[in-house]
Design a protein around this ligand. Sequence first.
Ligand code: ZN
Length: 306
Amino acid sequence: MTAAATPVDERGHDWIMAEVEKMKALGETEPRLARDPVNQPMINNWLEAIGETDPRFGDGEAPPAMAQVWTMYGLNPERPANDPLHGTMQILDAAGFTSVLGTNCDQTYARPVKVGEQVAITTRLESVVGPKKTGVGEGYFVTTENTWKVGDEVVATMQFRVLKFKPGARPAKVDRTKLVRPQMNRDTAFFWEGTQAGELRIQQCNACGELRHPPGPMCPACHAADRGYVVASGKGTVFSFLVHHAPQLPGKELPATLALIELEEGLRMVGEVLSGKEGIEIGSPVQVVFEKIDDDLTLAQWEVTS
Ligand code: ZN
């Protein structure tokens, strides 16, 4: 790279954009062939992982959303010298923008590909926009355009955007009152009055008795609008969870563990796990805890109980 020829402290915005222009001028890469032709075993693995059961994909047609699968680099990739995404990452690394976050991916499918076809990918650098101040730090948005073809025929395209940024300093103390506020309205007021009273309330249809969450104006089972609530036990199990590391969210201490809780009453509810999260796994027993944020808001959160 030419990066090495320029002293670090001179690799500012103008230098970045000049390097980017050179990268853009390289245009589209030579087509890079997929390692293997489209094949049924790989389709089957993908269907199983995604949970897709449409029979049309069991017999020679690849799901369009697999487009990127066929041209994945292996574990020890040999990248083309002018790979624009990799090259642009190197430019921004050299200028101190060392962290990366995927932000958008838009795929367009022209036609399904079939078992036996071998796709090839080309890539070009579309744009580099910045510097922008973001929640995670100052950075540049890098957009590449990828095209998959079988022979000369385009089968799919993808616009892929990443934010390449300088990690910002984390706020020293998290202010919980800056949390994104839940919506409170006539349908949900009983729930938030409940959390303030130390009760986990679940909406119940007064006509047919069906429980539902999140709350809404009408019963999905019998369409009655007459509604009340029951107080749940506050016990449940972890149905699914994720640990959020970045980007920084207002009022949240990171990493934050967010879980989909299956209540004893059979409904599911999303919440943050505040304690016992070190040992969390799917099926962990949890107990509701009420976290008072301020006079207007008390949240129903969770702790792992064993
Ligand atoms: Zn009902």
